[in-house]
Design a protein around this ligand. Structure first.
Ligand code: ZN
Ligand code: ZN
Length: 108
């Protein structure tokens, strides 16, 4: 049993933008903060943590998706890349802020 150590990677994290503690989703790895919807540019492919950029991904737009709820489009503050993420507004624990998502769908 060597995995008893507290590990942060695919579980909870502290949001680098708003400083709130984000709990694990449970059914899939959480990749953005439910409070401010910011994320970190750490993945090349979802969940791989292979990107060394590490900049803050800020939500710039959201798109309603008939099958999957909402897609949030993030732009990296550091390198300018845009990344799409599935919203977790139906999560049982700390769902994404739906009001904020709706504002983002309108603001374009
Ligand atoms: Zn946050
Ligand atoms: Zn980046």
């Amino acid at each position: 049993m060597e995995n008893k150590r507290f590990r942060k990677n695919d579980n909870g994290f502290i949001c680098q933008n708003c400083g709130k503690e984000v709990l694990p989703l449970g059914y899939t790895s959480r990749n953005h903060c439910p409070f401010c919807l910011c994320s970190l540019h750490v993945d090349i492919n979802p969940g791989d943590r292979a990107n060394e950029c590490g900049g803050i991904l800020r939500p710039i737009r959201a798109l309603p998706d008939p099958k999957r709820g909402y897609i949030i489009i993030h732009r990296c503050e550091k390198c300018g890349a845009t990344v799409r993420n599935k919203a977790a507004h139906e999560a049982k624990v700390q769902p994404d802020d739906t009001d904020l998502i709706i504002k983002l769908t309108a603001g374009c």
